[in-house]
Design a protein around this ligand. Structure first.
Ligand SMILES: Cc1cc2nc3c(=O)[nH]c(=O)nc-3n(C[C@H](O)[C@H](O)[C@H](O)COP(=O)(O)OP(=O)(O)OC[C@H]3O[C@@H](n4cnc5c(N)ncnc54)[C@H](O)[C@@H]3O)c2cc1C
Length: 216
């Protein structure tokens, strides 16, 4: 358990806040992992670390709905201390550089992907990033700037483009889609829908990794 200070907070999309915490000394994590924030013994929630290990602070990001936990989180004054535990989890990029990665992010599910992408790993990554509207999509502009030889971003705005992440789009955008490892992060409904889609595409279960933001 670590006691750390809240350094800053910033709105990163509509009703979506990023919280910047001081990083504990000697805190090591792999991009993709999560921490638990303990506001008190009853208010404990898990959050993927959205910052990369190279960044100075630990960033978490969340949709600000009026739950008991989020009301308390939002009331924290800059400089106040919170308890965190972790890092936890096995959600990390595969080792084999020859196999491309396909990231499927549902809204706030972008958090662990931002951490991984900011590390600029030397391999092909295509991120399909689904939100209702552009203004709901945290880190969208920043991600656009990171696009390059290895990283491709496909934003999908379900209420603006009237489209969804679907097999046709994936096959169009990912050359080796049959060989890729697929990573899906978001609400239980999003994960379920991505799992159904991948199963229809005959992607084997060993090629699919998920992080379920249960509670959405
Ligand atoms: C590994 C992991 C990583 C995660 N990373 C993130 C992240 O990066 N960002 C993020 O925003 N979230 C993340 N989550 C989810 C996060 O931990 C919270 O569960 C989520 O943000 C919802 O919290 P809440 O305070 O809004 O809802 P809560 O108040 O905790 O409610 C959770 C669920 O219970 C229901 N509920 C609440 N009260 C009642 C009641 N009285 N009766 C019936 N149902 C009720 C709510 O409708 C909701 O569906 C992660 C979860 C996991 C497991």
């Amino acid at each position: 358990m670590h006691l750390i200070k809240l350094k800053n907070k910033k709105e990163v999309a509509r009703e979506t806040t990023a919280f910047f915490f001081e990083k504990p000394k000697r805190f090591k994590f792999t991009p993709g992992q999560f921490i638990e924030i303990h506001l008190n013994k009853n208010l404990v929630h898990s959050f993927s670390i959205a910052s990369s290990p190279k960044e100075k602070e630990l960033i978490i990001t969340t949709r600000m709905r009026p739950s008991a936990f989020k009301n308390s989180l939002n009331k924290l004054k800059i400089g106040s201390q919170v308890k965190i535990d972790g890092p936890f989890g096995q959600f990390a990029l595969h080792k084999n550089r020859k196999i491309p990665a396909v990231f499927l992010a549902g809204g706030i599910g972008i958090a662990p992907f931002r951490s991984i992408i900011k590390e600029l790993p030397n391999r092909k990554i295509t991120l399909f990033y689904s939100n209702r509207k552009k203004k709901d999509a945290p880190f969208l502009e920043e991600l656009k700037k990171l696009e390059g030889k290895n990283f491709k971003l496909i934003p999908v705005m379900t209420r603006e483009d009237e489209k969804r992440i679907n097999p046709k789009l994936i096959k169009e955008k990912v050359k080796d889609w049959q060989k890729a490892i697929y990573y899906a992060v978001g609400s239980t409904g999003f994960i379920q829908s991505m799992a159904n889609m991948l199963s229809k595409m005959k992607i084997r279960p060993e090629q699919i990794k998920t992080e379920n933001f249960s509670g959405y």
